[in-house]
Design a protein around this ligand. Structure first.
Ligand SMILES: Cc1ncc(COP(=O)(O)O)c(C=O)c1O
Length: 389
């Protein structure tokens, strides 16, 4: 890098995302079987698109909205939180954001001082780690218990707390493991966080995609946690609205304006057209969500069946939620998951994501996404069966 084109240390230390790198490499491979992206492949439901078109035609979307979002959208979000998350909120506790990602980044910015430690379960969503680093915080990855479906290790979390620990940040259902943290575990976590005055930052992007009787539990529904939780949600996964960039944050009414101070310089407000689309998503039929869930469940079952046939190569924890799973590579070659995934791409034409991208305990694993058509899963596994046997 030349002397007159220096980047900040903050940015210089951020490594390229393994997901984007695998996407780049995958583009160079013809007819690749693609299991790398955690992105819904369905299109946004028609009634949501129609509402956006109507808002455009009515001349409602050319200006900014209130920084915190359209009042009628925040009211609808309040109803949704009461109905589905057991959270009693008011519109002053809601900030509409540019997807969950911007909400999470603003939340981290609002509560983390330089040098503050943030505990994260390992494996975890790699973007969370980067968000802490960009805020000049220190990510501290606490291993989960793989044999218990990558469940939280409350003992290890307690031991990892130091005087510099400021927050615990997690996603449930999890990217990359599909783990749904059980209510009882989250209640234990809440106790530990209250005892040590820690904030909890949640990413509930996959809240509606849970299977086999698992239940999504929002830690903010525990009344004692009212002042200690910032919860981040999104329309991206629930309604296949990846590109609309729309989500929201719930926190107590004193914290929301503070998080807003980080939201405004980066976004001013969430895209207004997307806010109208989100309003239609919440007010309309939820049948589309059930349909997506059914599809992911069938795809998960298929992926598990196909993995069972490769049991000398992979072991796995059955994901209880999301549309991702995190098999362990039983071969010696798995100790360098990046090299393993690159070889799989180049020699078997299957695109996956190396486990190391999700924290130190991710090595010896790879992440597979099942939010793809079933044909794509079969194509990938037919190739892996030929290549890995
Ligand atoms: C755990 C998790 N959080 C957030 C996101 C992105 O959410 P959004 O599109 O709302 O910013 C993703 C996308 O893959 C994700 O897996």
């Amino acid at each position: 890098m030349t002397a007159n084109r220096r980047v900040s240390r903050r940015i210089g230390q951020i490594q390229k995302s393994a997901i984007h790198e695998m996407t780049r490499l995958s583009k160079q491979v013809e007819d690749v079987a693609f299991l790398s992206w955690a992105k819904p492949t369905s299109d946004t439901p028609e009634h949501i698109k129609e509402a956006a078109v109507a808002a455009i035609r009515a001349g409602l979307v050319g200006g900014y909205s209130e920084n915190a979002g359209l009042p009628q959208l925040r009211e609808e979000i309040v109803r949704k939180l009461a109905r589905d998350n057991r959270i009693e909120a008011s519109p002053s506790q809601i900030l509409v954001t540019v997807g969950a990602i911007e909400g999470l980044a603003a939340a981290v910015m609002a509560v983390i001082d330089p040098g503050d430690e943030v505990l994260l379960p390992s494996p975890t969503y790699s973007t969370h780690i980067r968000q802490v680093v960009i805020a000049s915080g220190k990510p501290v990855l606490v291993p989960t218990i793989e044999d218990e479906g990558f469940g939280l290790d409350i003992e290890a979390i307690t031991q990892a707390i130091t005087p510099r620990t400021r927050a615990f940040m997690y996603c449930s259902p999890s990217n990359p493991s599909g783990t749904v943290f059980a209510e009882q575990q989250l209640r234990q976590l809440a106790e530990v966080c209250l005892e040590n005055n820690l904030m909890v930052i949640t990413d509930e992007a996959y809240e509606y995609f849970v299977y086999d009787g698992h239940e999504h539990f929002s830690i903010a529904s525990i009344p004692e946690m009212r002042r200690n939780v910032i919860s981040c949600y999104t329309f991206t996964k629930t309604y296949a609205m990846t590109g609309w960039r729309i989500g929201y944050v719930h926190a107590d009414e004193e914290l929301i304006p503070q998080i807003g101070k980080a939201h405004i310089p980066f976004a001013i407000c969430a895209p207004v057209v997307s806010q109208y689309a989100a309003l239609a998503a919440l007010q309309g039929s939820q049948e589309c969500v059930a349909r997506f869930r059914e599809h992911y469940l069938a795809a998960r079952n298929l992926m598990c069946e196909r993995l069972d046939r490769l049991d000398s190569v992979f072991s796995y924890q059955r994901p209880g939620g999301s549309y991702l799973m995190f098999p362990r590579i039983l071969l010696d070659a798995g100790c360098d998951s990046t090299a393993f995934c690159r070889k799989l791409l180049q020699e078997a034409r299957v695109s996956t994501t190396p486990g190391i991208a999700f924290g130190p305990t991710g090595e010896q694993h790879l992440r597979l996404s099942f939010c793809v058509p079933e044909d794509e899963i079969n194509k990938a596994f037919d190739r892996m069966e030929t290549y890995l046997r």
